[in-house]
Design a protein around this ligand. Structure first.
Ligand code: FNR
Length: 361
């Protein structure tokens, strides 16, 4: 393993990758990736919520090798995991999203490509071996967003993920204190013009701060792709999303990077899956660092999870091979957690697994 994956020897957990990755970044870039908004209470809460989970195994279930497959928007996924949209994978590896797309493709996992990807949609699509979705920020200048959507659709992307928790960027104190600027030459490869060096300043001038649910209709007009909304944190907003006709919901607090003090995603997941009642897929992200965390999310009704920062850690440590290895590790952990809890399939991961309902017979 070590020979074909330089840099991955001796790394057995996503936490190992995080620790190994830190040394590969300058302080400003590390803080941009690792940090959250405000006092980072929500960032910490995402992790703490999963730390609190205790899985309740059923023994002698006779279930055999777990089946990790799931179906999302009509597509079969080998495991219920995809890569969350993150700006500038080029901070972690010069190949950026192209390397991530290859790594995700090796595992058959979908990749959600950020509006602020460091590589072009076309080059990512060429490298991809699994579905690509486009994360959409809606700009004041709708023609910019429209062009992004049209380009991604032409490149074969399969869904749009509209980020709805960012009328502006959260107050990220590490970035303010570091006066964080993107390294020279690093630009969002799919956008032209504009001063992108300071992500928060750019967002303040360019993001549409007054979006409402009618934006879903607008996306329907300009694209035939399914539309998911990312950043829902309440049952009420999940119901509003259903009324607006979305095809999927991502429960997310942006990895604690938007409003500090909003709940951990795991803590609102059951409320949202109950409100959605299976009408559309529900995905969740924020703080997922182990296979057992994936299983806990499934138990509370998620159809799949998105993995954020750890993927950048994998990339930074070993490029494509590092990210691929990291995705293998969490997949192996999920298989192990399913086997050891007697969970034969993704569909059979229910709330009793996390002790969230009275013991069934
Ligand atoms: C993000 N995230 C994000 N979300 C989004 O909708 N568009 C984006 O461009 C970005 N960019 C971005 C950059 C970086 C460096 C990070 C760490 C995160 C949020 C991301 O999609 C996801 O919600 C969180 O990262 C999930 O939490 P974990 O897995 O990182 O804890």
């Amino acid at each position: 393993m070590g020979a074909e994956r330089p840099g991955t020897t001796g790394l057995f957990t996503l936490k190992d990758y995080e620790e190994a990755a830190k040394a590969r970044f300058d302080q400003g870039s590390w803080d941009f990736i690792a940090g959250g908004a405000g006092q980072e209470r929500t960032l910490a809460a995402n992790l703490a919520a999963f730390d609190r989970v205790r899985l309740r195994p059923r023994v002698l279930s006779g279930s055999g090798a777990p089946d990790t497959r799931t179906t999302v928007l009509g597509r079969s996924w080998p495991v219920p995991i995809a890569v969350a949209p993150m700006a500038y994978h080029t901070l972690a590896d010069p190949e950026g999203e192209v390397a991530t797309a290859r790594a995700a493709g090796r595992a058959g996992l979908p990749l959600v490509v950020s509006t602020f990807a460091g590589r072009t949609f076309e080059s990512i699509a060429e490298a991809a071996g699994a579905p690509l979705w486009l994360q959409v920020y809606c700009f004041r200048d709708r023609s910019t967003t429209r062009q992004l959507v049209e380009r991604a659709e032409r490149a074969g992307f399969e869904a749009l993920v509209l980020t709805v928790d960012a009328p502006r960027l959260g107050r990220r104190l590490r970035d303010l204190r570091n006066d964080f600027r993107l390294p020279d030459g690093m630009v969002p490869a799919n956008l032209t013009g504009g001063d992108y060096a300071s992500p928060s300043a750019h967002a303040l001038t360019e993001f549409d701060p007054a979006l409402d649910w009618s934006v879903i209709d607008w996306l329907r007009e300009i694209s035939s792709l399914p539309v998911l909304v990312k950043g829902v944190l309440s049952g009420a907003d999940a119901r509003a999303a259903l009324r607006a006709g979305v095809d999927g919901i991502v429960v997310s607090n942006h990895g604690g990077r938007q409003l500090d003090g909003v709940p951990a995603t795991l803590d609102v997941l059951a409320e949202i899956t109950a409100a959605v009642g299976g009408v559309c897929p529900v995905l969740v992200d924020g703080g997922i660092r182990r296979g057992a965390d994936v299983l806990a999310a499934l138990a509370l009704g998620a159809d799949a999870v998105l993995l954020g920062r750890p993927v950048l850690h994998g990339l930074a440590v070993g490029g494509e091979n590092g990210a691929a290895h990291l995705l293998e590790l969490i997949t192996e952990e999920l298989v192990e957690a399913m086997a050891l809890t007697g969970t034969p399939s993704v569909a059979e991961a229910g709330p009793a697994l996390v002790g969230a309902e009275p013991e069934a017979t």
